[in-house]
Design a protein around this ligand. Structure first.
Ligand code: MV4
Length: 461
């Protein structure tokens, strides 16, 4: 009798090393425990007091405070996994989560990387090969070639004319806002190409560039997918992540407001089709720009994202558990027909930062009060007495709400923010409170530039 997929999955691993820190290390540990798995926590010297360390089955300090010597140290992480008897590594987000060489090294060490294959990560890491894969699969993309720009200036000029100005030059190795330059008209095209090529060579080790139509006032909308290793994939609805400053998201919501189901439906199905075509496994996010009623693919994230909770709230699916089960080889236990998104969810990222300069604010949390009403979720690792270190990202907590309608969810977030008190360090809470009083935001009238404009007006006032 051939093994069923469920049988082959049995015993693939019973211990997960969580190669991350902060709120997501705590979140992944909860998911492991709920699945009956043991969790190994790691830390740098700065994180020795982390609360998720004392609740883990083992806790290993892998290096000094600097991320390069700890959370990015592949050999130290693999050694810790071997010492603790872990059969799998969950990379969380950031750090090594989208590093194809690390995914490969994990598998070569005989462990399971909780994420897609190294090959999927590499394909999506190169923004040109990602775009080509999506065009092939029928996902709508921004107008522009799915090939690298040639060297010949005349050909480049023709490509720009064909797309129509303004265009944007992007580095194949970039992404997330790094390595791009807008070109308003032909007379600055070649200078822009030269500058972006040099930056790309230095920052990403590759001078490869591509060109797209520049969309001036889009919203940032993403589609969450989850896939197994057996040819099953579903999408779990969409999120609006337009509320950002310098490519750092501040507020996310699900669903994206004002988008009719019949216009997003074919886009979601195209994402699912693309996953099946490329043999994608685990969780992933398709990022789109949305302008004048149309969707344009820009990038795919091959990791669990910071904002996954808003999709968990609306879909009812535990995305981290589903991701781990997919890595264990289990067959996805839901079909597209089972996915029904209900109500509306918001997430606010609470950052330890100076409200004026946005510089990270380190120090001890001297007082902490968190809201705990129905429909409110707080993902955090901090507590009163916790020391926020200056070494890492300033995200210290995520406030997540869920309610039947968008207006009710906004009201609930106002309550959640009112009930959140953090003293001893500066946070962006005052600014989030003001944002949730904004009328245009309440009407869903925002785009990727809204927050920066709002901040400028507020400073002037
Ligand atoms: C664009 C764009 C306009 N047109 N591509 C920035 C991050 C990276 N993921 C892609 N980005 C953009 N690509 C075209 N063809 C505008 C942006 C962009 C942006 C996108 C999403 C969220 C915030 C943004 C802020 C500035 C620019």
């Amino acid at each position: 009798m051939p093994e069923t997929p469920e049988q082959s999955a049995a015993g693939r691993f019973d211990t997960v090393l969580i190669a991350n820190r902060g709120e997501i290390a705590a979140r992944i540990q909860h998911a492991c425990r709920e699945l009956g798995l043991k969790a190994v926590a790691i830390c740098s010297e700065a994180d020795k007091e982390a609360p998720y360390g004392s609740t883990a089955d083992s806790f290993i300090c892998i290096g000094p405070s600097s991320a390069a010597k700890s959370y990015l140290n592949q050999d130290a992480i693999l050694l810790a996994a071997r010492l603790a008897g872990a059969g799998a590594i969950h990379p969380g987000y950031g750090f090594l989560s989208e590093n194809a060489a690390f995914a490969d090294a994990v598998e070569k060490a005989g462990l399971i990387f909780i994420g897609p294959t190294a090959s999927s990560i590499a394909t999506m890491g190169d923004k040109i090969s990602a775009k080509r894969a999506m065009m092939t699969a029928g996902v709508p993309c921004v107008p522009g070639p799915d090939t690298a720009l040639p060297d010949d200036p005349a050909t480049i000029g023709r490509i720009a004319l064909e797309i129509g100005y303004p265009v944007i030059i992007k580095a194949a190795g970039g992404g997330g806002g790094r390595g791009m330059r807008v070109v308003p008209k032909a007379d600055v095209l070649h200078e822009a190409i030269a500058l972006t090529r040099e930056e790309a060579r230095k920052a990403f080790g590759s001078p490869s560039l591509y060109m797209e139509k520049f969309l001036e006032h889009p919203r940032h909308i993403e589609i969450q997918v989850i896939c197994d290793d057996h040819g099953n994939a579903v999408w779990l609805g969409h999120r609006d992540c337009s509320m950002q400053r310098r490519h750092q998201k501040v507020v996310e919501e699900a669903p994206a407001p004002g988008i009719a189901p019949d216009i997003i439906q074919p886009v979601g199905l195209a994402c699912v089709e693309a996953c099946l075509q490329i043999g994608y496994r685990g969780v992933g996010t398709f990022e789109f720009l949305y302008e004048d009623g149309a969707f344009y693919f820009i990038e795919m994230n091959t990791r669990l994202q910071v904002e996954h909770p808003v999709t968990e709230m609306t879909s009812g699916v535990d995305i981290v558990q589903a991701q781990i089960r997919a890595a264990q080889g289990h067959v996805l236990d839901l079909t597209q027909g089972d996915v029904t998104c209900e109500g509306h969810s918001f997430e606010c990222r609470i950052n330890a930062e100076d409200p004026e300069t946005f510089l990270p604010s380190a120090g001890v949390v001297t007082h902490l009060a968190l809201p705990a009403e129905p429909g409110i979720r707080v993902d955090t690792h901090i507590h009163a007495g916790y020391k926020v270190s200056p070494y890492y990202d300033s995200l210290i907590a995520k406030l997540i709400v869920h309610a039947p309608t968008r207006a009710e969810a906004m009201a609930r977030m106002r309550e959640a923010l009112a009930g959140t008190e953090i003293e001893g360090i500066s946070t962006n809470i005052p600014f989030l409170r003001a944002l949730f009083e904004d009328d245009a935001f309440a009407r869903g009238e925002t785009d990727i530039h809204y927050l920066e404009q709002w901040l400028k007006l507020r400073r002037a006032a």
